[in-house]
Design a binder for this molecule. Structure first.
Ligand code: CA
Ligand code: CA
Ligand code: CA
Length: 268
């Protein structure tokens, strides 16, 4: 069968129509982020980082569905918007029984594979807070890298302190104070052979006041100049500032290296 000139035109027009239709469908079904998914919730900090993987993390999708309200207002985040280094923004949306109860996501390469991950506090209606770590999978999807067990009851919270190599093994660790309002326990977690594990804890600290938007009242520095990062925290009654270290040069456990009279300005 041979096609005359008119037939060829029809074929060309049909092909054009198909191409246009496909382009239209791509536009219609491409995920377009809403302002709610992209804009940071009140009082929160947008975390930024260099490198591969996650370079920007935003707590978004404001919601008052979790009745706790210890971070300045009753608004928490239902989503975490993660920008990867090629510019894509991926949104991880929590189910209705959970929120991100946090104001400052922490971006770091927690498992040491060269790709940035993010740590954020995730609270559950029934089980309270846990620290959740996410990364970007090879399929360009948000994937949970690991999480601490939830504290176990609703409205039990934890306040992240920060990220550093606290035990000097060249792997980044993350520290938080569990239940800072009712008897705070400093806990340090790290990835060991691909699993998030707690490596140290010590009681008696408070790095957050109820209703404050400051997370956290703490400092990370090499206070005793031994090459290992140390942590300064207010004690539970906010009378002392306590410097602790996990330096293996001194002890395999957390121990106090200095105590000062508490002064909030020390943490500015
Ligand atoms: Ca990583
Ligand atoms: Ca470490
Ligand atoms: Ca030190």
């Amino acid at each position: 069968m041979t096609l005359n000139r008119m037939d060829m035109s029809i074929v060309r027009i049909s092909l054009q129509a198909i191409t246009t239709l496909v382009s239209l469908l791509v536009v219609i079904f491409s995920p377009v982020l809403s302002a709610e998914q992209y804009d940071p919730i009140p009082h929160s900090t947008v975390a930024m980082a260099d490198g591969a993987g996650i370079i920007k993390a935003t707590l978004s999708c404001p919601t008052s569905r979790y009745a706790h309200a210890v971070l300045g207002d009753d608004i928490e985040a239902g989503c975490l918007a993660l920008q990867v280094e090629d510019g894509d923004v991926l949104v991880h949306q929590l189910p209705d029984n959970q929120v991100f109860e946090d104001l400052v996501p922490h971006i770091a390469d927690f498992d040491g594979n060269g790709i940035n991950d993010v740590a954020v506090v995730r609270s559950d209606n029934a089980y309270g807070a846990a620290l959740a770590l996410y990364t970007i999978s090879e399929n360009n999807e948000v994937e949970e890298l690991g999480s601490t067990p939830p504290i176990g009851r609703a409205n039990r919270w934890l306040a992240p302190v920060g990220v550093a190599d606290f035990n000097g093994d060249d792997q980044l660790d993350i520290a938080y104070v569990q239940t800072p309002h009712i008897g705070g326990i400093l806990k340090i977690w790290t990835f060991i052979d691909g699993t998030l594990e707690q490596i140290a804890q010590m009681r008696g600290f408070s790095n957050h006041s109820i209703r404050s938007t400051r997370v956290s009242t703490s400092k990370i520095a090499d206070h005793n100049n031994d090459g290992i990062m140390d942590i300064a925290l207010p004690d539970q009654r906010r009378q002392k500032t306590v410097w602790v270290t996990l330096s293996p040069k001194v002890s395999p456990e957390l121990h106090v290296i200095d105590e000062l009279a508490y002064d909030e300005a020390y943490f500015e």
